[in-house]
Design a protein around this ligand. Sequence first.
Ligand SMILES: Nc1nc2c(ncn2[C@@H]2O[C@H](COP(=O)(O)OP(=O)(O)OP(=O)(O)O)[C@@H](O)[C@H]2O)c(=O)[nH]1
Length: 444
Amino acid sequence: MKPSVHEVTPDQQARAVLVSLVTQSLKREENYDPDYSLAELIRLAETAGVEVLGTLSQNKEYADSKWFIGKGKAQELKDELEALGANTAIFDQELSGAQVRNLEQFLDVKIIDRTQLILDIFAGRAKTREGIIQVELAQLSYLLPRLSGQGKNLSRLGGGIGTRGPGETKLETDRRHIRDRISELKRQLQEVVRHRVLHRERRKKTGVFQVALVGYTNAGKSTLLRQLTQADVYVENQLFATLDPTSRALKLPGGMEIVLTDTVGFIQNLPHDLVAAFRATLEEANEADFILHVVDSSTEMMEVQMHVVDEVLEELGAHGKERLTLFNKTDLLPPKQREMLTTEGEFLRISAYSEQDLGRILDALERHLMGDSRTFRIPAEKGDVISLVYRVGEVLENEVDGGDMLFKVRVNNKEYDKLGYLLAAYDSAQLIHGENEGETSEYV
Ligand SMILES: Nc1nc2c(ncn2[C@@H]2O[C@H](COP(=O)(O)OP(=O)(O)OP(=O)(O)O)[C@@H](O)[C@H]2O)c(=O)[nH]1
């Protein structure tokens, strides 16, 4: 493997001009904002360790098949690259292999596109076996259709910025080798995913509640996970600090144990080839019992970002899940702006660095997960039913009432349904239950 971005010596540091092309079809896309997209590209580049020297934009009906940008604009870019002493040009959209070669020849700098940039970041972040396999798969899938001839240009195309891509020896092989490697990686991935599913099923069986932290990239998910669990999670002021499923056990104030899982940050217009690399963590969100949606309330793009998360959750089929939205980073807001954030319903205004707010999150989680307290009337001689109540819920009070026992039990909705079902199954008796706190439920 060649050195990664963080290992390059200063004279090898990527110094880049970022290029965005705003086409008619992009303009028609619902959530596309050229300024925002370019700002995000800058953050991505910085995350990958690139020094950003300048930006260049062009409005054009269609992308040029040969140069991507117009020929005149390419000349302008060449002048700017020279004037700034840049050695890299990074494009906001995906380029074809031919466009990369033409631009590279004309500009004489390294050409990177948005997909490569994100892949480069992923490659530097992937830690678990699954993450590493998925990134290499995405890199090879990106590379395959861009190969020309027998290995020419391979290293440049595959290398990314810091050449964290598949090693050059791997790249200097032919398409068949790459295809073989892709099949092998897919096989390995199946194996890894099977293990993960088994592991998760085991965890599910123990009845532990699964809570997933989801949110736009850089919203503060890893920070919150670490703050809430004091776990040593990888946090950086960079995009995609998290790639692999990261779960931690956590005890709520009342003693209930939950598993809190960090997921990879959402991003707008995620390149298609990278979707698979996200799945591992996104699946965690889909299987969670509860979702904590972390929002960076300090960015102007807050609403768009919330919308992107909503959309992706919907695509995953996780839209209807119970969730609590955390407006994070409110410490960065002037009081007036903070006041404007709603706290009606399932919203909390927080800062991940406030102890008090962490306590409020845990309390809110407990309220959601533990549910209301309900009272059951159970004949005193039904010892097996009574022990079931103790197993499923948290018994807050009990008293004798004639030949019956009254139990005030805190139990969440899911367990409540289960309890009703189990009680009924005991001797085919019926469970009549009230919905609200304090209402008496009877076992007859
Ligand atoms: N001021 C302030 N900064 C915060 C807060 N929460 C997180 N941050 C900072 O925001 C940056 C991003 O936080 P992360 O926890 O890495 O964000 P993430 O959502 O896990 O990001 P990805 O892994 O990229 O998806 C870090 O520099 C944090 O220190 C907060 O409440 N207030």
